[in-house]
Design a protein around this ligand. Structure first.
Ligand SMILES: Cc1cc2nc3c(=O)[nH]c(=O)nc-3n(C[C@H](O)[C@H](O)[C@H](O)COP(=O)(O)OP(=O)(O)OC[C@H]3O[C@@H](n4cnc5c(N)ncnc54)[C@H](O)[C@@H]3O)c2cc1C
Length: 460
C-alpha cells in the first residue's frame, strides 16, 4: 500500500494551496480530485475549441502589488507564485443598483465613499465610522462568535436602504447565512471587495489554475485527476487510510479535505451520529455569449449587483426555481486587459436559487424550466439594454444540481455549511477541513485557507 504524509481530498483552490505549501517543505503529498480539471467550483470546461470558466465573476483582494501585508501578496509569497504570472486585470467600474438609488464603486475606495455621501448624506459620518470598525475588526480570530452584521450596520447607519445596499454585494460574494451574516465575515468580505478591489485573470481560470498545479508538481506534490475518495478509514479514533473509488487503498498520516464538512464526514468508515447541516444557499449561473462587445449595448459595469424589491432578500426562493428580484451581472470584457475572442463577448448572470425546487423536477421539466428562466432573464436584459436579444448567439445555464453533480457539494451549496470549522479541526485529530467550510470563501479566501491549515497544523 502506498503511503503519504498528507492526502488532500479535492483540488479546489484551498486543496491546491495546502498541497503546494506542504510539498514545498518536503512532505509527501497527493491531491485526489474527482473531476477532469483542478479548480473545483472555480474551474473551467471546454465546448469545441473554446474554454469557459465555470463561475468566475471577479477575484477579490486585488490590492497594490507593493503592499507587502495585503492578503493576496502574503499568500503568493508563501506559495512562491509570481503575481505577474496571474495576469490580473482590474475592474473598471461596478455598481449596486436598487430601485431608486445606485452605489458606484471601483478599485479606489473614495468612489464608494463619495457615492454613499451622494445617496445618503446623513449617513456619511456613520459610514466612515463603520469603515474604521471594519478595518479594526480582528476578523480572522477563530474564537470569535457570531455577531449579526445587520445589527452592527444599523448601529452606525440610520438608513435601512443603505444598509441593504452594503449588505447585498457582501452577501452575494461571501455569506452562507440567510438574510444576515456574521459581522466578522462581513468585515473579511467587505475589505476584500471594497478596500482591496476586484480583478479577473486575463485569460480566465485555466491558465490561472495551471500556475498553481505547476507549482505543486515542481515541488514534487502529486495530483491525481478523475479519482474519487470513497471512504476514510479510522482506527482508535485516528484516520489510517483512504480508499478510492477504483479500489486503491492509501495509508496516510493526515487528511486535509476541501470537499466540504458534511461531505467529508459522510466519507468516514465510522459515521457520525448526525451529519453537519448542509448550507441552503444556492445559485443559478447563466452565460450569454454575444456577437458584439457588451459595452456597445450600454453594459458598462464590470459587475452589477441588482435588487428590484423594497428590501433585499438573501435566501433561496420557496415558491420558484430562482429569485428574479435580484441578480449579479458580470461582464468580463469590462475589466481592463481581459482578452476576448474577436467581437465575441460574454455576460454572466447569477440568481439565488432553490435546490429543492430544481431537485423535484423530472428530466423534461428540468430542461423546460432552464429555458423558461433564461427567457425571463433575457426579457430583463432586453428591457435594461435595448438590442441585447438580437446579439445572443449562445446561452447556457447551471443550476444547483449541476454544481452538486460536478463538485459533490450537497445541495449545490455554493458557500457550504453554516457549521463552519473556523480553526479547520474536526473531532478526529488528523483530519482537517479547509476552504469553504473553514469559512474562507472565494478564490483568495480558499487559497489562504489551504496555507493556514498547512502552516498551523502540518508544518510544525
Ligand atoms: C457559480 C459560482 C461562481 C463563483 N464565482 C466566484 C467569483 O467570481 N469569485 C470568487 O472569488 N469566488 C467565486 N465562487 C466561489 C469560489 O468558487 C469558492 O469559494 C472556492 O472556489 C471554493 O474552493 P474550495 O477549495 O473551498 O472548494 P471547491 O472549489 O468546492 O473544491 C472542492 C473539490 O473537491 C472535489 N471533491 C469533492 N468530493 C471529492 C471526493 N470524494 N474525492 C475527490 N475529490 C472530491 C470537488 O470535485 C472539487 O474540485 C464561485 C462559485 C460558484 C459555484
Amino acid at each position: 500500500m502506498e503511503s503519504y504524509d498528507v492526502i488532500i481530498i479535492g483540488a479546489g483552490l484551498s486543496g491546491l494551496a495546502a498541497g503546494i505549501r506542504l510539498s514545498q517543505y518536503g512532505k509527501r503529498v497527493r491531491i485526489v480530485e474527482r473531476q477532469h480539471y483542478a479548480g473545483g467550483m472555480n474551474s473551467y470546461y471546454r465546448r469545441g475549441d473554446r474554454c469557459y470558466d465555470v463561475g468566475l465573476h471577479a477575484m477579490t483582494n486585488l490590492s497594490n502589488p507593493a503592499d507587502h501585508a495585503a492578503p493576496l501578496n502574503t499568500l503568493l509569497r508563501q506559495l512562491k507564485v509570481r503575481r505577474d504570472d496571474l495576469k490580473l486585470c482590474p475592474q473598471q467600474c461596478s455598481s449596486v443598483k436598487f430601485p431608486d438609488a445606485t452605489l458606484c464603486f471601483d478599485n479606489d475606495f473614495e468612489t464608494l465613499r463619495s457615492s454613499v455621501r451622494e445617496i445618503s448624506p446623513q449617513s456619511a459620518d456613520g459610514f466612515d465610522r463603520l469603515c474604521q470598525a471594519i478595518r479594526d475588526d480582528d476578523a480572522f480570530n477563530p474564537s470569535l462568535g457570531y455577531l449579526s452584521a445587520r445589527k452592527v450596520l444599523a448601529s452606525y447607519i440610520d438608513d435601512a436602504r443603505l444598509c441593504d445596499m452594503l449588505l447585498c454585494p457582501v452577501m452575494f460574494y461571501g455569506s452562507s447565512w440567510l438574510d444576515d451574516m456574521d459581522f466578522h465575515q462581513f468585515c473579511i468580505v467587505f475589505r476584500s471587495i471594497f478596500f482591496e478591489g476586484l480583478s479577473r485573470p486575463a485569460d480566465g481560470m485555466e491558465p490561472f489554475i495551471n500556475v498553481f498545479t505547476r507549482r505543486l508538481q515542481e515541488n514534487g506534490g502529486e495530483l491525481s485527476l478523475v479519482k474519487s475518495v470513497q471512504s476514510i478509514h479510522m482506527e482508535n479514533g485516528w484516520v489510517k487510510s483512504v480508499t478510492l473509488e477504483d479500489g486503491e487503498e492509501i495509508a496516510v498520516k493526515n487528511v486535509v479535505s476541501c470537499a466540504g464538512y458534511p461531505e467529508t464526514m459522510a466519507l468516514l468508515s465510522s459515521p457520525m451520529d448526525k451529519l453537519p447541516a448542509r448550507g441552503e444557499l444556492a445559485y443559478t449561473e447563466t452565460l450569454f455569449e454575444l456577437n458584439r462587445p457588451a459595452a456597445e449595448l450600454g453594459m458598462t459595469d464590470s459587475i452589477a449587483f441588482v435588487n428590484s424589491s423594497d428590501c433585499f432578500s438573501y435566501r433561496p426562493p420557496t415558491e420558484n426555481s430562482v429569485d428574479m428580484r435580484s441578480c449579479v451581472l458580470c461582464i468580463p470584457s469590462n475589466f481592463t486587459g481581459v482578452h476576448e475572442t474577436d467581437g465575441v463577448s460574454v455576460v454572466r448572470m447569477s440568481h439565488l436559487a432553490s435546490y429543492d425546487y430544481w431537485k423535484r423536477l423530472d428530466k423534461n421539466d428540468y430542461r423546460d424550466e432552464k429555458e423558461r428562466v433564461m427567457d425571463c432573464q433575457q426579457v430583463f436584459l432586453e428591457q435594461a439594454f435595448a438590442g441585447f436579444n438580437a446579439h445572443v448567439t449562445r446561452r447556457e445555464m447551471f443550476t444547483p444540481l449541476t454544481l452538486e453533480r460536478y463538485t459533490g457539494r450537497v445541495g449545490g451549496s455554493i458557500y457550504g455549511s453554516t457549521e463552519k470549522r473556523k480553526d479547520g479541526r474536526t473531532a478526529i485529530p488528523n483530519l482537517y477541513i479547509c476552504g469553504t467550510d473553514q469559512g474562507y470563501l472565494g478564490i483568495v479566501g480558499s487559497l489562504l485557507s489551504g496555507v493556514v491549515i498547512a502552516n498551523r497544523y502540518l508544518l510544525r
